[in-house]
Design a binder for this molecule. Structure first.
Ligand SMILES: *Cc1c(COP(=O)(O)O)cnc(C)c1O
Length: 374
């Protein structure tokens, strides 16, 4: 069994994807071709944002707006410790310093701890609070009302890391529309994935949009060889845009299919494990279906035993960011970000994609139940 089966989606869209790729091969506008502009227009419409800019990866989608904020090493950006490395790495790449915030049991930023960490940073006086990266982890959008309130109080920017949440909804809004600016990834395994690396940046802010557009292409000013700031080569390939266009059209339908998979998982497994907590008003994109085992020993046993039955189990994430070697220089102790540390010992994610069949879902559930019963 596969953890994520991309082939089934390709079989459904094969004709359109092949035709789109063929069109690009014929027009030869491999960089910033018409498909890129078409996709940006469709993405802006889909998210309800004024501006959508495609770029080369989800990581660049975070780095580019952070570069626009012109961070210094003494600038603090608050980010959850329980997330993929790029959420924090992007802060360093843009010149700032991450401050790690805890998460609650829904894997999303703990707003009480966020405010504590901001206060502590102000009290210590070494770093200046500048922004917040709120990660909509595993496909679920954060409580942006609460986050925005804190951001306003301390005059901080809010960047939504929507790498795992394209297609997700919160009340009447889509992921990609929250905060001052949002970043997503089109890495193949994400809810909306291309066939390589890709990403997109969303904002309603005219001034920020200008800077993002410029930084994406070497800090371009007026015309191609006028450079007004330091930027990156962060464009998306036209071929990837051509692949994404038909996939975006079926995203909502696929999110519904993921909901059905998640619903069965929860019904089957809620007596045996801690199942995902979904906030009121949220429709998760179910990038991952993540359970909590009783403890680390049981979690590791599950990974091993399921492997014997050819069922891949992934551990997102076994090491919270405050414990990563790369961040040893910040001097965190494991319990400094306590819940992130505890969750990292217990989490495991089971296969999740729209085309997962009932027979396989039940097989996975039954094997998991048997491990607990033993
Ligand atoms: C995947 C991911 C990224 C980075 O995206 P890439 O396209 O792999 O660079 C950033 N943040 C989160 C939460 C992610 O899951």
């Amino acid at each position: 069994m596969k953890f994520i089966d991309l082939k089934k989606q390709y079989m459904k869209l094969e004709n359109e994807i092949n035709a789109n790729i063929q069109t690009v091969l014929e027009h030869e506008k491999f960089i910033m071709g018409p498909e890129v502009l078409e996709l940006e227009k469709a993405l802006a419409e889909y998210t309800g944002r004024k501006y959508a800019y495609t770029c080369s990866s989800g990581t660049d989608a975070l780095v580019i707006p952070l570069m626009a904020y012109e961070l210094m090493e003494t600038d603090a950006v608050f980010v959850p410790s329980f997330t993929f490395f790029a959420s924090a790495e992007s802060i360093n790449l843009a010149g700032g310093t991450p401050v790690f915030v805890d998460v609650t049991d829904d894997f999303l930023m703990d707003c009480n701890d966020l405010e504590n960490k901001i206060q502590r940073t102000l009290d210590e006086g070494k770093l200046v609070p500048k922004g917040i990266i709120a990660v909509s982890l595993f496909g679920q959008i954060c409580d942006f009302d609460a986050i925005t309130k804190i951001a306003k109080k301390y005059n901080l920017f809010v960047l939504e890391d929507a790498a795992q949440s394209m297609g997700a909804g919160r009340f009447d809004r889509k992921s990609g529309s929250f905060g001052d600016v949002s970043a997503t990834s089109f890495f193949p395994a994400k809810p909306l994935g291309c066939y390589g690396d890709g990403g997109a940046i969303f904002t309603d802010d005219d001034e920020l949009a200008e800077k993002i557009k410029s930084i994406r292409v070497h800090g371009q000013g007026n015309g191609r060889y006028d450079n007004v700031r330091i930027g990156v080569n962060g464009r998306m390939d036209t071929l990837q845009a051509a692949v994404l266009l038909p996939k975006l059209k079926i995203l909502d339908e696929e999110i519904k299919m993921r909901q059905n998979v998640a619903k069965t998982y929860t019904e089957q497994l809620q007596e045996y494990f801690v199942t995902p907590k979904i906030l009121n008003g949220n429709e998760s994109a179910w990038a991952q279906y993540t359970l909590l085992a009783e403890n680390e020993e049981q979690r590791n046993q599950i990974v091993e035993k399921m492997k014997e039955s050819d069922i891949p189990i992934m551990v997102y994430y076994a090491t919270p960011l405050h414990m990563q070697t790369a961040y040893a220089y910040l001097g965190y102790k494991p319990t400094d970000v306590e819940n992130a540390y505890r969750l990292s010992k217990r989490v495991f994610s089971i296969p999740m994609y729209p085309y997962l069949e009932m027979e396989d879902i039940l097989k996975i559930c039954n094997l998991l139940k048997n491990i607990v019963k033993e």
